[in-house]
Design a protein around this ligand. Structure first.
Ligand code: ZN
Length: 162
């Protein structure tokens, strides 16, 4: 199977993933793989800028490895994380385009935020927890099924209780 993306420099973001051919909507791009680590370990790795762990539970992270860890954030993503571990295209991605997902779809920790300079017209400038996203964007991501399941489950539980 030929690779559908390549790793290239992405300006100020460092390295990123770029499509090498047309990627169709709903097509699998990669699986996020790595050891499972705790919140404390994830925090330390982030502070030391060693890695950028992917949150998969309230206190549980995957210390994702290359190439998945190189996928950059955008506030106008063309991909999303499905079933907690799979990067999937949410629209057609043309050859040469960079592949992005919205990091907020995986974040619920009240711990850190990240400055965003993605440059998209609807850039939020701060990347934070999913629940702080505007409601229309939350709904869009939930409808696309690209919100980590522990976050989606928590939201549904909250709605059921109110
Ligand atoms: Zn942005």
């Amino acid at each position: 199977m030929s690779k559908i993306f390549e790793i290239k420099e992405s300006g100020s973001l460092g390295r990123g993933l770029f499509a090498t051919r047309l990627i169709k909507r709903d097509e699998l791009i990669l699986e996020f793989i790595g050891p499972i680590i705790s919140f404390e370990e994830a925090l330390q790795k982030t502070l030391d800028k060693l890695s950028c762990p992917l949150q998969i539970g309230p206190r549980e992270y995957v210390d994702i490895q290359e190439p998945g860890v190189l996928a950059n954030h955008s506030c106008s993503p063309n991909a999303g994380v499905k079933k907690d571990h799979y990067l999937v295209a949410i629209e057609e991605i043309l050859p040469g385009q960079e592949i992005f997902y919205d990091y907020s779809t995986t974040m619920d920790e009240d711990n850190w935020t990240l400055e965003c300079k993605c440059g998209s017209p609807n850039c939020r400038h701060i990347i934070g927890d999913f629940r702080h996203l505007p409601l229309d964007i939350q709904k869009k991501y939930l409808d696309l099924n690209i919100v980590q399941s522990f976050i989606a489950k928590k939201l549904l539980t909250n709605i059921a209780q109110h």
